[in-house]
Structure formats: C-alpha cells, structure tokens
Design a protein around this ligand. Structure first.
Ligand code: FAD
Length: 510
C-alpha cells in the first residue's frame, strides 16, 4: 500500500544515493531515501569488536573524496574530523629490503626518491596544471562543455595528444619510461591495484594517476572514530536539506505504469509514490531483473546491459594486533596505505591469475593502518591492519577462504617479520560475504563493474545510456555502476541529480 507520495524516491542510502537525495532536496523537492540495511552509508561502515578494535568493513580511505566537489557541497570537510599520517602511501615489494613512502608534500616525497626526484616533481606539476581539470572534466556529467574547455585552454594540441596517450598507456610502460628506480615505479603503479585494471592493460595509468596524485595533493584522510563517522555526516547533510532517510526498508519493486516509474513497493507490504523520479542506487542488473522487471525494458537496452561485466571480488582481512606491525622498512610504520605487491612483473602475473578466475599465488595486498592516525580505533598501545586484495568470488577450489587468509598472512610476515605473533584476532570477509552485506557488491566487486576502458564514460553501464536515465520515464540510476564509477566521491549521485533536475524541467509535476 502506498504510504506517502514524494517528488523523488531514492532506493539505497549509499554515498551516491545520499548525494543525489541532498541535491534534489536542495532544489526544493520532497525526497525519501529507502535503505534495506539498518544503517545508512552503503559500503561506508564500521564494526566495533568486543575487544575495542574498529573495523571498516567496506571503504576506508577518502583521498578521492577530497578531489570531489561533493566534499564541500555536503560540508564533509567540516562535519568529519579527518586524520592523517605523515605518509599517505607506501609500498614494499621485496621481502627484507627497503620499500618506499610518499610524504605529505611533493618536495618531501622527491627527497625519498633520489634519482627520480625531478621526474616525480614533473608528474605532480603536470597533475596540478592539467591533471586536476582533466579528471574533473572526465568525472563530471558527460557532454558538459565548460570543464573540457578549461582543459583545452591550458594545453597545446601536442600536449593534448600526449595526454590522450597517457590515458591509454599501460601503467607498467608509463612508469618504466618515466622513472628509473623500482621505488618510484612501485610507489606510482601499485595504486592501479585498487581498480581491476591490470598494470599491463590500456587504461591503467589514469587509475593509478588519480589515486597517487590525490594522495600527494590531499593525503589519505580517514575519519576519526571509523568510516561510519563519514556515513553519519552524509546522512546529516541530507537530513539538513530536508531528506527523510528510512533504514530497514527493502525495496522489492519499482512500480511502472504506462512506461513511467510512479513509485516503489517495499518488503513490509508498504510503498512510496514518486511524483517526479525514482532514483536507484542499485546495481543495474539487479534493478532491471528484480525491481523493474525485464518486461518493462526494451530488448536492445537489455542486450547492452548483459554486456556489463562485474569484476573480481575483494577479499578482506582485519588483523587485530597487540602492537604496530614490525615492518622491515620502518618508514612504513606511519604509512596510512601500504601496497605489498612484488615488482611490476609479479603484479601483472598476479592480476592475470585473478582475471582467469584463479586464486593468486602472490596476492596483491592493499593495507590500511588507520589507527596510526586515529588511536581511538584500537586499545591503548595496540594496532590493526585493514587488508584487502582482489580475488575471484568463486574460485574452482573448496574451503579456500582460511587457507587464502593464511597465504596473505605469510606474505605479510615476509615484509614484517614477527607480525603473526602479534595477531590477537583475524576476521575474514570473502567476496560473497561483502555481497551479503551490500547486494550492490556483486561477487564482491566494489566498483559496480569493471573499470576497463570499454566500460567507462559513454559505455557505463549501458552503451549509449550513460546519462543516468533509463528507458522507463522517471527512472534513473545513480550508483557506482554509472559514470564515473566506483569509489566514495559521490559524483555518480551528483551527476545523476543534475540529469533528474534537467529532465524534470521538460515535464510538469502532476
Ligand atoms: C571492501 C571495500 C573497500 C573499499 N575501499 C574504498 C576506499 O578506501 N575508498 C573509496 O573511495 N572507495 C572504496 N570502496 C568503494 C566504495 O565504497 C563504493 O564504490 C561506494 O560505496 C559506492 O557507493 P554507491 O552509493 O554507489 O553504492 P553502495 O555504497 O553500494 O550503496 C548502495 C546502498 O543501496 C542499498 N540497497 C541496494 N538495494 C536496495 C534495495 N532494493 N532496497 C533498499 N536499499 C537497497 C544497499 O544496502 C546499500 O546501502 C570500497 C568498497 C569496498 C566494499
């Protein structure tokens, strides 16, 4: 039974849903957000253990958010107490040998990089002059001429062609020709492991560039207290704008009448009517199959949607320690994110195994040491490691999760001898566990679908339908599966809200 009718119903209180809701409410719309979990925030959440450790079960680091206009628009810069370490990112690639760290300023990082100092400063200078407006243009609404004009105004035609090549070049080649030392190469290239793009694959340079340069420019901030402090701040911004956020409400159907979305039904037998828009922060495959129903969607659109590929999952470990990790390279003790990768060859081989649905022999590890900046997250004197790596959701082996967790722990022990002895508790989260926590994380895919070049920009998530509107009037997508993709930046939601408002101008509310 329809309980209430509002201008817009948002399905899902992930960061993109909350950002879209806030934008619509600020435009004067009445907006309800319906979230199936008991807590809002999507894949931004924290669990507090009985022993006093805080585990961010999903996202953990918010460098990319700090490149996004959403940070200030929602007041997240002032609502959230952000914490930093002196080193946003580090990498260790050979057991027993020194690794490398980035520092808070480019000049300090250059000092760490010896003979690659000048090349690092060149990269940063390029980022500040051309990279920042270029990425802003690439991640904003598609077809918006103004941001693109800003990029064109700053560069010569030859520079633009060279930049286009950089955007397509595999990051292993880009770093090999740009940096002489393995340290600089790994400091930069290991950032590509956050996406699913192999370092030997076209399009991996922009993936690494965004993360590396965001970290150099903004650090790798974490919220004091846990990631859920950020989620609460997003809810606060939405509610301040007048949005009603309801948790524990599972949307089971988008109601379509005469090819128009007019509301939603919920698992408790209720529903909410939508005068102007239903905006779904929901994986598009689930939206089409389970919520809208394929009978309401045109065959060619469904055909293109079937080409949308999800990618490998994330495997997560939380290691509660009785003291900080004993890294061989002591500089890593203060790095917020540590990449444990091996060299470029090992990295490429491992990524290829995952793409072929195999468990990697040498998992590519992304580690977080949030408590180094925020000691409130652990008992006094203790520490924790937030660990993630790509792996298939369903590799062709049985009972693999604990053995894979052992392999990861052994790999860490090689870079931090003595670590295993200081583990108080180990919590394993498999890719399928992630999907159980949030159905948008299909097979543990944290980015709403592969970020390879054939799935980005105008191809995302359905070729030719990258404007957030679906082929049902009044129905829109705003989640990470839409342009510009995964990560906590809120831009999918922000861009989607712009489309919703623009489209609604052509149709009077009834
Ligand atoms: C383990 C992990 C680590 C990550 N690390 C980082 C990181 O460090 N930094 C970073 O920037 N990004 C990171 N990410 C990625 C980032 O969290 C996601 O890309 C981002 O959360 C996507 O936001 P979203 O709003 O599109 O969707 P989600 O965050 O997935 O939120 C969608 C919401 O919709 C709800 N929902 C779905 N279906 C329904 C329904 N039918 N009815 C009601 N509610 C529904 C879900 O319960 C969920 O709350 C990570 C993700 C994971 C899982």
């Amino acid at each position: 039974m329809i309980r209430v009718t509002v201008d817009a119903v948002i399905i899902g209180a992930g960061p993109n849903g909350l950002v879209a809701a806030t934008a619509l409410a600020r435009a004067g719309w009445s907006v309800e957000v319906l979230e199936r979990r008991d807590v809002a925030g999507g894949a931004i959440g924290s669990v507090r253990t009985p022993k006093g450790y805080v585990h961010d079960w999903g996202s953990a680091f918010y460098g990319v958010l700090h490149t996004s206009p959403v940070l200030r628009e929602l007041g997240l810069d002032r609502r959230v107490p952000w914490a930093h370490t002196s080193s946003p990112v580090g990498a260790t690639y050979r057991p027993g040998e020194p690794g490398v760290v980035m520092r808070r300023t480019a000049t300090e990082t250059a000092q760490e990089l010896g003979e690659d100092a000048a090349a690092w400063l060149d990269t940063v200078a390029w980022w500040e002059r051309l990279g920042v407006p270029l990425f802003a243009a690439m991640m904003g609404p598609i077809g918006a001429p103004l941001p693109l004009a800003k990029v064109l105004a700053r560069a010569t035609p030859r520079e633009l062609v060279a930049t286009a090549r950089t955007l397509l070049e595999p990051v292993e080649d880009w770093t090999r020709q740009r940096y002489r030392t393995e340290a600089a190469r790994m400091l930069f290239a290991a950032n590509a492991t956050h996406a699913d793009i192999g370092v030997d694959v076209a399009g991996s340079t922009p993936a690494a560039m965004l993360l590396a340069m965001a970290a150099q420019q903004h650090g790798m901030p974490v919220p004091v207290g846990g990631a859920d402090v950020l989620a609460q701040a997003m809810v606060e911004a939405a509610e301040e704008a007048g949005v009603v956020v309801r948790t524990g409400v599972d949307v089971t159907e988008v109601v379509v009448r005469g090819n128009r979305a007019v509301g939603v039904r919920t698992a408790d037998g209720g529903g909410v009517g939508a005068r102007r828009a239903v905006v779904a922060d929901v994986a598009p495959t689930i939206l089409a199959r389970d919520l809208v129903g394929e009978q309401h969607l045109p065959g060619p659109w469904l055909g293109q949607l079937r080409r949308h590929r999800y990618t490998s999952g994330y495997f997560r470990l939380d290691l509660d320690l009785d003291k900080p990790a004993p890294w061989t390279d002591e500089r890593l003790r203060d790095a917020m994110v540590v990449h444990v990768t091996g060299d470029l060859d090992e990295l490429a081989l491992s990524q290829a195994q995952v793409r072929r649905n195999r468990l990697p022999d040498q998992p590519q590890l992304i580690l977080g040491q949030q408590d180094r900046a925020d000691p409130t997250r652990v008992p006094a004197g203790a520490a924790s490691l937030w660990v993630e790596c790509h792996c298939p959701a369903d590799p062709p082996v049985t009972d693999w999760t604990e053995r894979f967790a052992d392999l990861i722990t052994e790999r860490l022990e090689a870079h931090a001898p003595g670590l295993t002895a200081s583990i108080v508790e180990r919590t394993v989260t498999s890719p399928n566990d992630l999907q159980r926590l949030d159905p948008n994380l299909v097979g543990g895919d944290v980015g709403g679908g592969s970020a390879t070049v054939d799935q980005m920009v105008v191809f995302r998530p359905v070729a030719g339908w990258s404007s957030y509107a679906l082929p049902v009037a009044g129905l829109y997508m705003c989640g990470a599966a839409s342009h510009p993709g995964g990560g906590v930046h809120g831009l999918c939601g922000r861009n989607a809200a712009k489309t919703v408002l623009r489209t609604s101008r052509f149709r009077r509310a009834t």
